[in-house]
Design a protein around this ligand. Structure first.
Ligand code: FES
Length: 321
């Protein structure tokens, strides 16, 4: 176990909604856990060998526990199913210390929080933080149906409940989330935060960008992604700037896998382009970005890429490794 990792015990596992469980994690020796801020996540090392990121959704003022919510998603590669089927109360898990790639912007005058499905976990933590400090915000929580809305009772019972609107896909048309109206005009000082499934994220981010919201006022976190294979995914070469060594990346391997075969380790976590752990500087060549981590501007700069999923448009990439 590396120094920044923690051993935690599953103190409680509860059903929070249809196909959603929460896991309350405490230090194995009962010590306080490292502090975190709203929007933080932890890496959880699962019994089946996968590592997955889960947002913390308890009050950041608490140091005796971390709370995560996990959706059972049969379409994913087994992370959520392992959490639901293999992890039980009393079990000890290895996790990372909290990291925050999705922090609240302190300069915001107003916050618009948008949660789709299980994407509510970081958004809920943000709403509670904004409520505690008396900040101006509104929250929209969209799910397929009421029975899939985790934390519904916690939200309804909270002092900030009047700021939250629920939107159910199977509900009457009048309560559906109208992203086009909500984000019709960029508002000075207003910041938008979104987390949810890819379709939801694409709709919110696409609308915000089309309507001219500055990238600096739009914050997002993807929690999983389908890596799109392109017909153009060909074999290419990467060159390690430090040694000049050239490694071939075959069509059916990622850059990380090809480098590992050549004895070069790149640290990874999600392996699907959402967490940024593997981010590597590109000194020459043009990457074929497939991640959800970098902003469109950062991708366009072509000076860094995520080798766990991204590839190359040029015959060679020179990497700062
Ligand atoms: S390991 Fe998460 S982005 Fe590459």
């Amino acid at each position: 176990m590396n120094a920044s990792e923690l051993s935690v015990k599953v103190e409680r596992k509860s059903v929070a909604a249809l196909d959603i469980c929460t896991f309350e994690l405490v230090d194995v020796n009962g010590r306080p856990l490292p502090a975190f801020s709203a929007g933080s996540h932890i890496d959880v090392h699962l019994p089946n060998g996968l590592t997955r990121q889960y947002s913390l959704c308890n009050d950041p003022a608490e140091s005796h526990r971390y709370l995560i919510g996990v959706l059972r998603d049969p379409a994913t590669r087994g992370g959520s199913q392992a959490m639901h089927d293999l992890v039980c109360e009393g079990q000890v898990l290895r996790i990372s210390a909290p990291k925050n790639h999705f922090p609240l912007a302190h300069e915001a005058h107003r916050s618009i929080l948008l949660a789709g499905g299980i994407g509510v976990t970081p958004i809920l933590c943000m709403a509670e933080r904004l409520a505690v400090v008396g900040a101006d915000f509104e929250m929209h929580y969209a799910t397929r149906s009421r029975d899939r809305a985790a934390f519904y009772d916690r939200i309804i019972a909270s002092p900030y409940a009047p700021r939250v609107q629920f939107h159910f896909d199977d509900g009457p048309p009048g309560q559906k989330l109208d992203i086009g109206t909500l984000l019709a005009v960029p508002q000075p000082g207003a910041h938008v935060y979104v987390c949810g499934p890819k379709g939801f994220m694409d709709a919110v981010l696409g609308t915000a960008r089309a309507n001219g919201w500055p990238e600096s006022q739009v914050h997002y976190e993807f929690f999983s992604a389908e890596i799109t294979k392109s017909d153009s995914d060909e074999s290419f070469q990467v060159k390690l700037a430090s040694s000049g060594r050239v490694v071939v990346v075959p069509k059916d391997k990622t850059v990380v896998q090809a480098l590992a075969d050549a004895g070069v380790e790149v640290q990874t976590s999600c392996e699907q382009g959402v967490c940024g752990t593997c981010l590597t500087r590109v000194l020459e060549g043009e990457p074929d970005h497939k991640d959800m981590y970098l902003t469109p501007q950062e991708q366009a700069a072509n000076d860094q890429f995520t080798p766990c999923c991204s590839r190359a448009k040029s015959a060679m990439l020179v990497l700062d490794l």
